[in-house]
Design a protein around this ligand. Structure first.
Ligand SMILES: [Ca+2]
Ligand SMILES: [Ca+2]
Length: 277
């Protein structure tokens, strides 16, 4: 027994040393359950970006992810970590200070080899308490609903949901601020109507096409749309505000060219509204 204790001690030291080496090379320390949330919002790269916040378990304060090489794979995985769809990952660096000055930076140099990884902490990164400048904090934007657009001269707001690619998705419209978002029925909704919808969404109307997306919720706010080329926005078209549709018929649009130079409508050539109330 005299020799057992030194041997045990040696084995213990070896085990600790081995565990330390494991922890040092692992992307995430064993046993860590990373949590993710959306933080502050800023407007950047043409739209809102939300600070990506993480922490290595509920016992820790929230911190950030930083680094200048965050790419679309990393953004897609970050969105998945947040439980958000990734139809339009947009990302950038936050360049803000404020309350983040007292937050740790938990991950730097994230490098996901592809977009299908389940969680950001499974990607190669340096995860540790790295307190430094927050100049490179990562902000992301990931949702299957585009940010609402209220184009010049329009009273209604417009957005895309269930986005399949940038500029393509199910059309959602809102008559007044604070009202319920609703959908548009596909009855008689063709390319001229799609062009008006795309202009309403901040796209060029050229090349716009319609399809039956289905799957929306809320009120069906337009049926039997009958746009003409002189209708700039969808709200300017003739339509029926009563409908015989179901959400299976919710229309979707494909819009091609973003960021058009939209003219504010003049007084000529505009149609009245059918039953718009
Ligand atoms: Ca129909
Ligand atoms: Ca109808």
């Amino acid at each position: 027994m005299a020799n057992a204790c030194p041997r045990f001690a040696l084995a213990t030291i070896f085990a600790f040393a081995f565990a330390f080496v494991l922890a040092a090379v692992a992307y995430t320390p064993p046993g860590t359950t990373w949590q993710y949330r959306i933080g502050d919002t800023v407007t950047r790269n043409g739209g809102p970006l939300h600070r990506l916040e993480v922490r290595p378990g509920p016992a820790h304060i929230w911190g950030t992810v930083a680094g200048s090489h965050f790419d679309s794979n990393d953004a897609a995985v970050a969105c998945r970590s947040l439980g958000l769809p990734t139809a339009e990952p947009r990302f950038g660096e936050m360049y803000t200070y404020g309350r983040t000055a007292s937050m740790p930076i938990y991950m730097i140099l994230v490098s996901c080899p592809n977009a299908s990884i389940s969680s950001l902490d499974r990607c190669p990164n340096r995860s540790h308490y790295y307190i430094s400048s927050h100049y490179n904090d990562i902000g992301i934007h990931c949702t299957n609903v585009t940010d609402p657009v209220s184009p010049p001269g329009a009273a209604w707001s417009y957005r895309l949901a269930d986005v399949t690619s940038p500029g393509s998705g199910r059309l959602e419209i809102q008559k007044t601020s604070g009202a319920a978002w609703g959908t548009v029925c596909d009855d008689r909704f063709g390319s001229v109507d799609a062009a008006a919808a795309c202009r309403s969404l901040g796209f060029d109307g050229d090349g716009a096409t319609a399809y039956t997306a289905g799957g929306g919720t809320g009120p069906i706010l337009m049926d039997e749309t009958a746009c003409t080329s002189s209708n700039l926005y969808l709200e300017d078209c003739r339509y029926s505000s009563s409908n015989d549709c179901s959400h299976v018929e919710d229309v979707g649009v494909h819009c091609i060219n973003p960021n058009p130079a939209v003219d504010i409508p003049g007084g000529n050539g505009w149609q009245g509204r059918l039953g718009a109330g």
